[in-house]
Design a protein around this ligand. Structure first.
Ligand SMILES: Cc1cc2nc3c(=O)[nH]c(=O)nc-3n(C[C@H](O)[C@H](O)[C@H](O)COP(=O)(O)O)c2cc1C
Length: 347
């Protein structure tokens, strides 16, 4: 365990949302730093943006961008702020975040609690110089009807896109009623085409659920092609509980180890179905360097982590990156490009 081991163990004894708020406050103040010793050969330039290493902070931890300038202190190679919606909103009633420690999992039904696009935009404008790329993840406000979703996303995009290295469209959270239906071909195309029209060059991603059928994934791939998406993020949390020995009967999205297989299968299917130029971000149940290695071999360009980091503490990202670098050296793989897609079956 890292030097922050004692404090981290203490945090895991507190109620999950309290622990989250304390950790975020400490990171924001610059009180948590780790030493990233070994990331040689892990840098990449993708869609014109340089990523010093392939491991990013997944959306949902820094929903309001309060620590946007700090995530490199923890060893991350990029960070995704949000989900941000057009309107500020409180999210669902508490408790809304639950630990399943034996499973290495969390269940959350936060419901997009966030300060809204205007406030997050002013905060990002003021944030200090950044050392890593920052993505902004956008969702739909709870009070906006589904038929008007495109205008909600367009409003937030107008406020935030210039402040972000890439924008991610979140249509896959299980905690906003009906949101996942926006992954359907027509609805998704309407949202993405609207954003493309307002800024044709902004790198644009769509984040998908791990619960889509292959036919539904085909629709997402078709939209990615038709609307010239930069890439896809696979995956969000799952509503499936069939992989658990015991269903804890807690409503919300399940993350961490139990989602790893679904997330990997989704990533693999997308990698096999889309043009190799499409940038894929693998997320869901990543806990160590071998997990990152596997996702890249399945076609990911970048990875993101949330639950594995929460359970393993501040030193986890530097450790995973070190493990990945060491394994690549051992296997004689000189760059991530050479690893990527290496475990996909030949076309
Ligand atoms: C407490 C919590 C809040 C989350 N909030 C968001 C969010 O606001 N937007 C989003 O796109 N994903 C959100 N996610 C999903 C994560 O970004 C990630 O896709 C998912 O947890 C799988 O990765 P993991 O197994 O490493 O946690 C959240 C996850 C957790 C655990």
């Amino acid at each position: 365990m890292s030097s922050g081991g004692f404090l981290h163990r203490l945090l895991l004894k507190l109620p999950p949302e309290t622990a989250h708020n304390l950790a975020l406050a400490a990171i924001r103040r610059g009180l948590v730093r780790v030493d990233l010793r070994d990331s040689e050969g892990l840098g990449q330039t993708l869609f014109g943006v340089h990523f010093p290493n392939p491991v990013g902070l997944a959306a949902g931890f820094d929903k309001n961008g309060v620590a946007a300038g700090r995530w490199s202190d923890l060893g991350f190679g990029f960070a995704e702020i949000g989900t941000v919606t057009q309107n500020a909103q409180p999210g669902n009633p508490k408790p809304r975040l639950f630990r399943l420690p034996r499973e290495g999992a969390l269940i959350n039904r936060m419901g997009f609690n966030n300060d809204g696009a205007d406030r997050v935009a002013s905060r990002l404008k003021e944030s200090r110089e950044r050392r890593i790329p920052i993505g902004v993840n956008l969702g739909k406000s709870k009070t906006t009807p589904l038929e008007e979703a495109a205008s909600d996303y367009a409003y937030s995009f107008g406020r935030l896109s210039a402040l972000a290295d890439y924008v991610a469209i979140n249509v896959s959270s299980p905690n906003t009623p009906g949101l996942r239906s926006l992954q359907g071909r027509e609805a998704l195309f309407e949202i993405v085409a609207g954003l493309r029209a307002s800024d044709p060059d902004k790198p644009l991603f769509v984040k998908v659920a791990p619960d889509l059928t292959l036919g539904e994934l085909d629709d997402v791939v078709a939209v990615a092609h038709d609307a010239r998406l930069t890439g896809l993020i696979a995956t969000n949390t799952t509503v499936d509980r069939s992989m658990l020995n015991r269903d804890p009967a807690i409503e919300g999205g399940l993350s961490g180890r139990p989602v790893a297989e679904l997330a990997s299968l989704t990533l693999q299917y997308l990698a096999q179905s889309c043009e190799p130029e499409l940038v894929l971000i693998g997320v869901g149940g990543i806990f160590d360097g071998d997990d990152i290695h596997r996702r890249i071999a399945l076609g990911a360009h970048l990875c993101q982590i949330y639950t594995g980091w929460v359970y393993q503490g501040p030193g986890a990202i530097a450790r995973m990156i070190g493990e990945l670098a060491e394994r690549l050296r051992r296997e004689g793989i000189p760059s991530l490009d050479r690893l990527r897609r290496s475990s996909l079956p030949l076309p």
